[in-house]
Design a protein around this ligand. Structure first.
Ligand code: SF4
Length: 287
């Protein structure tokens, strides 16, 4: 099967397409590292798998009635535009299938490789709702290189956003995710990202603070110990209970709401463009 039904209730899509397992981008906070344990492989960042026959399977699934017109989340676990995609072109082939079936889509990536597919994205966005988000966590180039060693600079990611906004009818915006306590949650950074989003006439900035579970927590804490030892205790205290994390989340939400208000940024969210039956079921992201 190409598409999986997702159990998450906070996203606007109920079906997702994840072509790759593992991700060469190597973000130190990656929430998806857990997914390799089902493959009995510990090397999430170096051993990349892909779904064999995914294009044909997708075509078969989209030909069935229950999936007609349904919104599809693409690359919601592992990035669909990571370097291997350049060789294999599976994401492009899947987009061609989706364009034939005219399903609305919701894509998130960190890679400028998505620009390659602008022809299909534009064609589809003229017919059905399309949402494209690029993840940007910080404008600090040095910090970005530490946190996301195999991803292009934040500046380059903004260029991708600008290009897609100007070249398609899609809703285009920033996934300010994750906001990392003590490292990227300062006013200057958050305001800088929102200001640029407004300058480029982007449609949304959707945020979520860093969540740490299982393998991700272990990996991230090791990274902090090696690179920011002075913050180790702060992180441990904050992530010791859901109470402290919820308090942090509320503070951040308040801060971001004020910044967005200052720049007049109101999210145009894909759920606004979907039929009422879909909207009723979704709860919007933390913004
Ligand atoms: S781009 Fe996404 S999936 Fe890839 S390593 Fe970074 S957070 Fe993980």
């Amino acid at each position: 099967m190409a598409l999986n039904r997702t159990s998450a209730t906070f996203t606007p899509y109920r079906f997702d397409l994840n072509i790759y397992r593992g991700c060469e981008h190597k973000c130190q906070y990656c929430y998806a590292v857990y997914s390799h344990k089902y493959l009995e492989d510990a090397d999430f960042f170096d051993n990349i798998y892909y779904k064999d026959g995914v294009v044909e399977a997708l075509d078969r699934q989209l030909s069935t009635k229950p999936l007609q017109g349904k919104l599809i989340g693409i690359g919601t676990v592992c990035d669909s535009y990571q370097p291997l995609e350049k060789q294999l072109g599976l994401t492009r082939k899947c987009l061609e299938v989706i364009a034939n079936h005219k399903n609305p889509i919701y894509i998130s990536t960190k890679s400028p490789l998505i620009e390659r597919d602008v022809d299909i994205l534009n064609q589809l966005s003229c017919q059905v709702p399309v949402s494209i988000s690029v993840s940007i966590t910080t404008l600090n180039e040095k910090l970005a290189k530490k946190l996301e060693p195999n991803v292009v600079s934040p500046k380059r990611r903004f260029e991708t956003l600008k290009f897609l906004k100007e070249s398609t009818k899609a809703l285009v915006g920033v996934h300010l995710m994750p906001v990392i306590p003590f490292l990227t949650d300062d006013d200057e950074n958050l305001e800088g990202i929102i200001k640029l989003a407004q300058e480029y006439h982007l449609d949304h900035v959707i945020m979520d603070p860093l969540n740490l579970y299982g393998e991700t927590k272990k990996h991230f804490f090791t990274f902090i110990k090696q690179n920011f030892p002075q913050l180790e205790q702060d992180f441990k205290a904050l992530y010791s209970s859901s109470r402290s994390l919820n308090a942090y989340r509320m503070q951040l939400r308040h801060k971001l709401a004020k910044i967005k208000e200052k720049y007049g940024l109101k999210n145009k969210y894909i759920a606004d463009f979907l039929p009422k039956t879909v909207k009723a079921k979704q709860i919007s992201f933390f913004d």
